[in-house]
Design a protein around this ligand. Structure first.
Ligand code: NAI
Length: 344
């Protein structure tokens, strides 16, 4: 039976409105935008909707899902790839569908990881300011040649694999760790190894595995100690992979030589909003931001024109596909399986 999805979309930004409205499938749904996150304070806004469209920092724990279910919400349509903020077991028990956008532009995130590596290394962000200020002194801008360096890629799914392909063009030695190795990357010259060898050998370590119970604080005091002195650590995956306090200590002792973050453990309090005229209360974040060799971006790895278009298309297809009983617009069953984490 076909019905028009009635959708409450949370954490909406102006660019989300634009990219969703631009897609032809937008005409087939009723979409209400809320520019605030979904949490216990805002859940009352969901009355009367059958679908909730959420993003990376919306709260979808047991309490929220139970209330959503009671108010008639049948489908959680995530407009992102990661779903660590959704209590999947609870959604399953409640019989709610959960969908996502599995791979909207892995290259976009991989290219951002590479941008962090290149900027931290060659310090173009500092050079830009110096030159604009008439300061052509090179002291403090010394980098290293990426060619022949060993880069460790933790997690070689869509994004990790895209990064391996980019790095192979730089002539890096690439070490990978993933419980499910990708033979195509081996053909490019990447070597799979165990996590401890990757951590202790690499000059640069980039994290691309999902956040779950096993990977929470994968980077902690002990794993940091096992790394090379002066190592570069890049995280464009999820903040909870890194113990931020341990990382601050490692920066203070020079164990960590460079840190590039696009995600942060407590980012839900900060990211995607302008706090420039407020006093930021998060002392851990503020301490991180003081180091000259730390570069932080506010979860923008996904933020390309192409990725926004793909997010809108797949999310709209998921909403309409669910309300159509998984007939059109899905081309095949495999697409349905990877997009829908739970089909009740
Ligand atoms: P994916 O599901 O294609 O790949 C994840 C890979 O990690 C899989 O191959 C899996 O076997 C592996 N893995 C799982 N547990 C592991 C562990 N403990 N150690 C090593 N490998 C492990 O996911 P995809 O699309 O590559 O995304 C990776 C992560 O990137 C997502 O979970 C998401 O959190 C993050 N992401 C960040 C974005 C941003 O804007 N910064 C945008 C999109 C995703």
């Amino acid at each position: 039976m076909q019905s028009t999805p009635n959708v409450a979309m949370f954490s909406t930004q102006a660019y989300d409105k634009t990219s969703f409205a631009a897609h032809p499938l937008h005409a087939n749904i009723k979409l209400s935008h809320f520019d605030i996150p979904l949490n216990a304070k805002t859940i009352s806004l969901c009355q009367g909707f059958d679908t909730v469209c959420a993003f990376v920092n919306d709260q979808l724990d047991e309490a929220i899902l139970t209330q959503l279910h009671a108010s008639g919400v049948k489908h959680i349509a995530m407009r992102c790839a990661g779903y660590n903020n959704v209590d999947i077991d609870c959604a399953k028990q409640l019989g709610m569908a959960v969908s996502r956008v599995p791979a909207y532009s892995p290259e976009a995130v991989a290219e951002h990881a590479l941008a962090l590596i290149m900027t931290l290394n060659r310090k173009t962000h500092k050079a830009y300011n110096r030159v604009r200020d008439g300061n052509f002194d090179l002291n403090g801008l010394l980098g290293f040649t990426l060619h022949d360096k060993t880069v460790g890629v933790v997690g070689t799914g869509h994004i990790g694999a895209a990064l391996v392909r980019l790095l192979s063009g730089f002539g890096c030695r690439i070490l990978c760790y993933d419980p499910y190795p990708n033979d195509g990357l081996k053909a490019l010259g990447a070597e799979y190894t165990d996590l401890s060898t990757l951590l202790s050998t690499s000059h640069i370590i980039s994290l691309h595995c999902p956040l779950n119970e096993d990977s929470h604080h994968l980077i902690n005091q002990q794993t940091l100690e096992s790394m090379r002195d002066g190592v570069m650590l890049i995280n464009t995956s999820r903040g909870g992979l890194i113990d931020s306090r341990a990382v601050i200590n490692a920066l203070k002792t020079h164990k960590l030589g460079y840190l590039g973050l696009d995600v942060y453990e407590m980012e839900s309090e900060l990211f995607f909003r302008d706090h420039s005229s407020e006093i930021i209360q998060d002392d851990v974040f503020e301490r991180l931001a003081t180091f000259h060799n730390v570069l932080i971006t506010g979860h923008q790895g996904f933020f390309t024109v192409e990725a926004l278009g793909q997010i809108a298309e797949v999310t709209l297809e998921n909403m309409i596909g669910f309300s159509n009983g998984f007939k059109q617009p899905f081309a095949n069953e495999a697409a349905t399986e990877t997009r829908f984490l739970i089909i009740p």
